[in-house]
Design a protein around this ligand. Structure first.
Ligand code: AMP
Length: 283
């Protein structure tokens, strides 16, 4: 596995790869790898000749009171994990490489960013869209792999790639969970043992919402209240929002039909966790 710290190095590497006729699969990450990240890398490796991973804790997608400074980082561990699944190039730039002095260009996706995480974290998706545009231009991959764990992010990137004619195919990947259902996340390291146990309520609540829909519930409000009630049984978990939306547009629904997204954000100790589930409403 090669490690690149600069855009120049990546360009030189990808130029050779393309001259060789190789296809490139790309996985953008903020590091502190877990099985969710590795599943994306394995899939990229299986579907493309070469796999490029970026590891960059992107400051522009964190709000001023968020966890940019204390976001978990362990380069040696990440590099070993990436190498173990066959990653060919690990791009790990410093902040100054991505945002040198005088930097002033940002990408804004206006509609699909309005609700949910976009409303809870002003500026977050502007940072995500900007860094992904830069990374797509740097790597020029054939395909880029994104987890459904960050469902709205996936929709934002799909919209942006379409709108800006970025010639990289976006591949959505399933959420990887711990055996007890908790969605894997780098932020799970913030959880104390009792909080880690309490956090399992989030997936149970999403499953309760899904099961209610599969059992015939068509009132979005009732599904939302049910999910909230399940979470409320856990005193260590504070719900920030529970939302029931159209899975394509992310617009809120009243009567459920088609493909539905149930998504949530919650505080568990110092950790802010998000999770979601999609349900196809039976006819
Ligand atoms: P992050 O490092 O958290 O920015 O995530 C990098 C990529 O990994 C994003 O596309 C995430 O959606 C994806 N990802 C994070 N957690 C999971 C998970 N539990 N299952 C699948 N993909 C994930």
């Amino acid at each position: 596995m090669q490690v690149a710290k600069t855009v120049r190095e990546v360009r030189a590497w990808t130029k050779l790869a393309r001259a060789d006729g190789k296809t490139i699969g790309f996985v953008p990450t903020m590091g502190y790898f877990h099985e969710g990240h590795l599943s994306l890398m394995r899939r990229a490796k299986a579907e493309c000749d070469l796999c490029v991973v970026s590891l960059f804790v992107n400051p522009t997608q964190f709000g001023p009171s968020e966890d940019f400074q204390r976001y978990p980082r362990d380069f040696a561990r990440d590099a070993a994990m990436a190498e173990s699944v066959g990653v060919d190039l690990l791009f790990a730039p410093e902040v100054e490489e991505m945002y040198p002095e005088g930097y002033q260009t940002y990408v804004e996706v206006t509609e699909v960013t309005r609700r949910l995480e976009g409303a809870a974290r002003p500026g977050h998706f502007r940072g995500v869209a900007t860094v992904c545009t830069k990374l797509f231009n740097i790597v020029q991959a054939d395909r880029a792999y994104f987890g459904k764990k960050d469902y709205q992010q996936l929709k934002v990137i799909q919209r942006m790639v379409k709108d800006l004619n970025i010639p990289t195919e976006i591949v959505p990947c399933e959420t990887v969970r711990e055996p007890d259902g908790l969605a894997m996340s780098s932020r799970n390291v913030y959880l104390k043992p009792d909080e880690r146990q309490a956090a399992t309520v989030l997936y149970r609540a999403l499953c309760a919402g899904r099961d209610a829909i599969l059992a015939g519930e068509r009132d979005a409000k009732k599904v939302k209240v049910l999910v909230e009630q399940v979470i409320a049984t856990e005193p260590l978990v504070k719900t920030e929002y529970v939302d029931v939306a159209d899975a394509e547009t992310l617009e809120p629904l009243t009567d459920l039909q088609g493909e539905v997204l149930i998504s949530l954000a919650a505080r568990v100790g110092v950790a802010r966790l998000i999770d979601n589930i999609t349900v196809t409403v039976p006819d």
